[in-house]
Design a protein around this ligand. Sequence first.
Ligand SMILES: C[S@@+](CC[C@H](N)C(=O)[O-])C[C@H]1O[C@@H](n2cnc3c(N)ncnc32)[C@H](O)[C@@H]1O
Length: 220
Amino acid sequence: MSKPKNWPISLPYLKAPLHGKDISPTQTQFLRTKPLHLPAAPASSPATETPCPHVKIQAIQDPLHPAYGQHGLFATRNIAPGGLILVYLGRVHGQGTTSDESDYDLWLDREMDVATDAAGEGNEARFMNDYRGVGGVDRANAQFGNVWCERWGEVCVGVWALGGAKKKSKNKKKEKDVKKNDGRGIQKGDEILVSYGRGFWEDRRKSGHGGGDDGRAAAL
Ligand SMILES: C[S@@+](CC[C@H](N)C(=O)[O-])C[C@H]1O[C@@H](n2cnc3c(N)ncnc32)[C@H](O)[C@@H]1O
């Protein structure tokens, strides 16, 4: 199978990060150098397989769901708290080419001025919805965090299951979020829901599109 089920016909499906023409040699070097502190996904990790066996894209058929009529991403198996679900693939670009209009643009590294935009091409991760307004849900069950991917020899944005052990963190807000999660991780059939960050929705409200904490959204 070369593309996941329900992948839009007109959208290129990526099997590796795609570098935009504006990525500088310094940014390339940053992306291709394994930082000591970053978790690594081995080349054989299912989380970096394309299509990814951990997830499926599904139409949202519940009229009460805020993304009704669109698609969402769902788990095909249980994923332990802290587990890497998949990576967010898209066009890796510099701030110079960020589109304010994209709903799929995530910071990969603010200091290096590198973001990943999955508006025009990407993988399954582009279908993750925000938890806000989803019935029976009061928090995200997944979060973004960079990961070193051995498969491509590159730093990517990973999507990690929340919950589990009380991690020590210098960031009080993050620590509270981890404790609040009930520790079961993600169950087969669950919708994978992240937080786009409050900034995303504030920007949308200001521009009249309606409705982060994690500050990951670049133009997103
Ligand atoms: C990254 S896309 C998510 C995938 C999208 N549902 C799709 O089918 O392409 C972001 C868009 O999904 C919709 N969305 C996601 N979470 C939402 C939420 N909690 N409330 C309202 N709209 C949401 C909004 O239209 C948003 O601009």
